[in-house]
Write a protein that binds this ligand. Structure first.
Ligand SMILES: [Zn+2]
Length: 248
C-alpha cells in the first residue's frame, strides 16, 4: 500500500509535473509570466511548511533533537556545495540566466540529480506516515511545476525543438522514481536510517525554499506583488497545516 502511494506521488511529481508544464506552454506568454510566480510563492510555503511542521518533527521524534538538527545543518552545507560546484540550480526566470546560459544539457543533469533527491524525500516521508507523505508530495509537485516550465523555456532557448525538449525533460525528470524506489528498498533493509533521511529531507526542502525560490520572489518588486506573494506563501503553509490536522 505504502509503495502505491510512493509510486503515485513520485510519478505525479516527475512525469506529471513535466506534462503539466508542457500544457502550461500552450498558454500565451503573458499569462504564463503571471501564473508562474504565483506557483513559486505557493510552493515556497508548502516546502517550508512540510520541512518544519512535518519532516523535521518526525525526524526529531525518531532520532532525537540534536542529531536531527545536526543532520539538517550538514544537509544545508552539502546542498550549498553541490549547487556551487555542480551548478545544480533552480531558475524560474524564463529565458537565460547567468547560470543556465551555459547549456541545456547542464540543466538536464542538474534536474536529474534534483529529482532523484525529491523522490528519496517522498519515499522517506511516506514510510514515516501517509499524511506526511501527502504533504511532502504536494510540496514536490508545487515546486516542480514552475521548475519544469522554466526548464522548458531554457531548453527551447538553447535550440532544442519542442519535441526534443519534452523528451529530455521527461527523461531527466523521471529520476524521481528510482530515487523513491532506492530509499523505499534501503529503508526496509535499514530502518534505523529513517530519522537521518527525514532530517536530510527537511534540509533539502528548506534549501530549495529559502535559497532557490525566495531570491526569485525578491526580484519581483512592488508592494502589491509582495502582499500577493505573502498571501500565497501562507496559503502553502496552510495546506500543510490542514494535512497535519488529520495526522495521528
Ligand atoms: Zn524538486
Amino acid at each position: 500500500m505504502v509503495l502505491t502511494w510512493i509510486f503515485g506521488f513520485a510519478l505525479l511529481g516527475s512525469v506529471g509535473a513535466v506534462g503539466g508544464a508542457a500544457l502550461f506552454l500552450l498558454f500565451p506568454k503573458q499569462i504564463r509570466e503571471r501564473l508562474v510566480p504565483f506557483l513559486v510563492s505557493y510552493a515556497t510555503g508548502t516546502l517550508l511548511g512540510a520541512s518544519l511542521l512535518g519532516l523535521l518533527p518526525h525526524a526529531i521524534e525518531q532520532g532525537g533533537l540534536l542529531p536531527s538538527l545536526g543532520t539538517v545543518l550538514a544537509g544545508l552545507i552539502i546542498f550549498f556545495v553541490l549547487e556551487r560546484f555542480l551548478i545544480w540550480r533552480h531558475c524560474h526566470r524564463e529565458g537565460s540566466c547567468e547560470v543556465h546560459g551555459v547549456a541545456g544539457q547542464l540543466i538536464l543533469v542538474g534536474d536529474a540529480v534534483h529529482n532523484f533527491a525529491d523522490g528519496a524525500v517522498i519515499a522517506a516521508a511516506f514510510m514515516s506516515s501517509v499524511p506526511l507523505g501527502i504533504a511532502t508530495g504536494i510540496a514536490v509537485i508545487a515546486h516542480e511545476l514552475p521548475q519544469e516550465v522554466g526548464d522548458f523555456a531554457i531548453l527551447l532557448d538553447n535550440g532544442f525543438s519542442p519535441r526534443r525538449a519534452l523528451t529530455w525533460n521527461l527523461v531527466s525528470g523521471s529520476t524521481t522514481i528510482p530515487g523513491a524506489l532506492l530509499v523505499y528498498i534501503g529503508l526496509q533493509q535499514a530502518p534505523q536510517f529513517n530519522a537521518t533521511i527525514l532530517a536530510f529531507s527537511a534540509a533539502s526542502f528548506l534549501y530549495i525554499g529559502l535559497a532557490d525560490l525566495v531570491p526569485g520572489l525578491h526580484r519581483r518588486i512592488g508592494a502589491e506583488t509582495g502582499l500577493g506573494q505573502l498571501f500565497l506563501i501562507l496559503a502553502g503553509i496552510g495546506t500543510i497545516l490542514l494535512l497535519r490536522m488529520h495526522h495521528n
